[in-house]
Design a binder for this molecule. Structure first.
Ligand code: MD6
Ligand code: FE
Length: 163
């Protein structure tokens, strides 16, 4: 995590030409894995097809892979590290169910809680693209999809503005 350098409770990896990474210096997108220096693997065609169907062009550049073991959570945040902030963000939930909290454009303000099940897709587009959201908790043993238990969230984003 920025400043403290403490680990997130969520474990992260990426696919695609740009990966979202975080360290003491802050958040950024970069083409290679911070430890191995190797490029991220490509975004699988099935995910690209889902993006084409729901968002269209341009293509996604980042698929962030978040692994939540039971007990992991993600604080309320907005997705704002992208240059192409007007394009939607699409996510796919897999494995254990999670309690997703969705608010508005201000950090303090009313929120709603949604239970995301394995296979659910969330599209933050239009005004909701800039809404605060987070994961309050993982509901243990609600799916046996992820080996060892837990939840995987795949988040597809366009990072750069298309030429
Ligand atoms: C999660 N999702 O579901 C966290 N961001 O684990 C996100 O932070 C998110 O689901 C932007 C758009 C959709 C999302
Ligand atoms: Fe997010």
């Amino acid at each position: 995590m920025p400043r403290t350098g403490r680990p997130f409770s969520v474990r992260m990896a990426n696919m695609g030409p740009l990966g979202w990474v975080s360290d003491v210096r802050g958040y950024r997108y970069q083409p290679t894995h911070p430890f191995t220096g190797r490029p991220w693997p490509p975004i699988p065609e099935r995910l690209r097809a889902l993006w084409r169907a729901l968002v269209g062009s341009p293509e996604p550049e980042c698929c962030l892979v978040n692994l939540y073991r039971v007990g992991a959570k993600m604080g309320l945040h907005r997705d704002e590290d992208e240059e192409a902030q007007e394009l939607p963000v699409l996510s796919v939930s897999l494995g254990d169910a999670a309690i997703f909290r969705l608010g508005g454009l201000a950090r303090r303000g009313p929120t709603v809680s949604l239970r995301l099940e394995s296979g659910d897709v969330v599209l933050l587009a239009g005004a909701s693209r800039h809404a605060y959201h987070g994961i309050d908790r993982i509901l243990a043993a609600t799916s046996d999809l992820v080996p060892g238990g837990g939840r995987i969230n795949l988040t597809l984003r366009r990072v750069t503005r298309p030429a």
